[in-house]
Design a protein around this ligand. Structure first.
Ligand code: PAF
Length: 279
């Protein structure tokens, strides 16, 4: 596996790959890799000849400095995992390699970035779309893989690619869950044992609402209230939102149907978790 911290050698490597007719897939990450990331790498591997992973804890997408400082990192372990999963190249830039000192250009996907994560984490999606656009311009992959766990982020990237005419196919990776259903996330490591036991209630609430839908309930408010009821009395959980949304524009659904999605964000202690579930 080749390691790149600078843009130019990475571009040279990729240009040789392209001349040899190879297809390139990018898996952008912020490191502290888990099985969810590895599932993205598997999808990339199946789609392309060359798999590039980026590891960059992007300061511009953290609206909360404490979250940035506490974001877990373990580069040695990540590199070992990537090698063992046959990744061809890893891009690990310093922030100064991505953002020049006078950096002032941003990408913002207006409507999709407004609600939910966008409302609770001001500036977050502008940071995400901007860094992803930069990575796309540096790497110019044929494919890029994003997880459905960050469903709003996924939709924003898909919209950006379509609006800005990036010649890149976005591949979706389903959520990978722990055996008890908790969606895998690098942040899970920050949960105490008690919080970890409580965190499982978030996905349980979504699955319970889905069961309710499968039993015939079509009213989004009834479904969301049903899910919320199981969380409201838990003192460790502070719910930010729980909604049923349309899968494309993420507008609040007027009626439940199979492709509508329950989306949730909640604090469990000091850790903010998100999850979602298609009905
Ligand atoms: O989902 C993430 O890990 C990040 O938001 C991404 C896409 C790597 C951009 O920094």
């Amino acid at each position: 596996m080749q390691e790149f911290s600078k843009i130019e050698p990475l571009r040279n490597f990729l240009s040789t790959c392209r001349q040899e007719g190879k297809k390139i897939a990018l898996v952008p990450t912020m490191g502290y890799l888990h099985d969810g990331h590895l599932s993205l790498i598997k999808i990339a591997r199946n789609a392309a000849n060359i798999v590039i992973t980026s590891i960059f804890v992007n300061p511009k997408q953290f609206n909360n400095q404490e979250d940035l400082i506490n974001y877990p990192q373990n580069l040695e372990r990540d590199l070992d995992l990537l090698k063992r999963h046959n990744v061809d190249g890893v891009f690990i830039p310093e922030a100064s390699e991505i953002y020049n000192p006078n950096f002032e250009s941003h990408v913002f996907v207006e409507n999709l970035s407004k609600n939910f994560e966008g409302a609770f984490r001001p500036g977050h999606f502008q940071g995400v779309s901007t860094v992803v656009a930069i990575l796309f311009n540096i790497i110019q992959p044929h494919f890029a893989v994003f997880g459905e766990k960050d469903f709003q982020q996924l939709r924003i990237i898909e919209k950006m690619v379509s609006d800005l005419q990036f010649n890149i196919k976005i591949l979706r990776a389903p959520i990978v869950r722990e055996p008890d259903g908790l969606a895998m996330s690098s942040r899970n490591v920050r949960l105490s044992t008690n919080e970890r036991n409580v965190a499982v209630l978030l996905n349980k609430a979504l699955f319970a609402a889905k069961d309710c839908y499968l039993d015939g309930e079509k009213n989004p408010k009834v479904l969301c209230d049903f899910a919320k009821a199981s969380l409201n009395s838990v003192k460790e959980i502070r719910l930010e939102y729980l909604e049923l949304v349309e899968p494309n524009d993420l507008s609040v659904a007027k009626e439940a149907h199979p492709s509508t999605r329950l989306i949730i964000a909640a604090w469990v202690g000091n850790v903010r978790l998100i999850d979602n579930l298609e009905l």
